[in-house]
Design a protein around this ligand. Structure first.
Ligand code: SF4
Length: 288
């Protein structure tokens, strides 16, 4: 059985940069703590923890860490920067530049709405770190909608600035935009929309469709924690029903390879290449 790893799967540049900064900080000999999982992949977190990285929550930051704290690619609200100052910890800011730009656009739109009247709406997942950061950049006054079921929170008689979490789907965003346009037209408000979906993620969708369709079976490697992983897996499964979600090589089921001539191995933006290589090698051994 031929086994091919998707060359375009794996870490996006934001995650590559965060891991590089974490490794560099660890090598200086200081105690480095990531505020939340540095990447939504348990295997990669375990590898970095073996090097010395710690993972902490906001409550530990409040208590004062006295060491080096890393803000991951998802970014943080302004309150986390204040907590850092109070805690007296050294900051390694690994916020992805794409997220930094989005945060400043949210802040600018929010500042404008303060005088002009209006609402900041973020199309994203409740509780996701990036979304929490964006809400913080609107001083906690942004409305988060994850689906059409939640749009009743919006007042359609006043203007709306619509943003998106960077990892949402282009289709989902386009549907939300069309729905808000219709509602605001009827209600009297105006829509100012900002397409802030990261192309590092959205470009993977069409590429993965092609990759998944050309293989007899596909192993999609990701942590169940990764939103992007769940989404890209569903994309692969749509074009190839013989797509299987696994966290690592231990999840492989021999029966999946029966009668198959070629296998594709791919993953999320949070899946390390070394893990896909391990899975590919295990699959070759099992199929041999
Ligand atoms: S998905 Fe895009 S925005 Fe998010 S960390 Fe990666 S490069 Fe940055």
């Amino acid at each position: 059985m031929e086994v091919e790893i998707d060359k375009k799967s794996g870490f996006c540049f934001g995650v590559v940069n965060a891991i590089k900064l974490a490794e560099e900080a660890i090598l200086t000999g200081s105690t480095v703590s990531s505020l939340g999982d540095i990447v939504h992949n348990s295997q990669e977190v375990a590898r970095l923890e073996a090097m010395g990285l710690k993972t902490i929550g906001h409550s530990s930051l409040r208590a004062g860490s006295g060491s080096t704290v890393l803000f991951r690619a998802h970014g943080e609200p302004p309150s986390s920067y204040q907590l850092m100052q109070q805690a007296g910890a050294k900051l390694v800011d690994a916020t992805c530049p794409v997220v930094v730009k989005l945060q400043s656009r949210v802040r600018k739109a929010y500042t404008e709405t303060l005088s002009a009247g209006g609402q900041i709406v973020i199309y994203g997942k409740h509780g996701h770190a990036e979304v929490a950061g964006l809400v913080g950049h609107a001083d906690g006054n942004a409305i988060v909608v994850s689906s059409a079921d939640e749009i009743d929170k919006i007042d359609f008689s006043i203007d709306v600035h619509l943003f998106s979490q960077t990892t949402k789907s282009i289709t989902g965003y386009a549907e939300m935009k069309a729905l808000l346009e219709e509602k605001l037209h009827a209600g009297g408000g105006r829509l100012f929309y900002h397409d802030t979906i990261c192309r590092q993620v959205s470009n993977r969708e069409p590429e993965l469709r092609i990759f998944a369709a050309k293989h007899d079976a596909v192993l999609f490697v990701s942590s169940p924690k990764s939103s992007n992983g769940k989404y890209l897996f569903s994309v692969c499964r749509e074009v190839n029903p013989k797509t299987y979600f696994i966290e690592n090589a231990a999840g492989i089921d021999r029966s999946w390879f029966s009668g198959k001539e070629n296998l594709g191995v791919c993953g999320a933006t949070s899946t390390p290449l070394w893990l896909m290589e391990e899975v590919a090698e295990a699959a070759r051994q099992i199929a041999f």
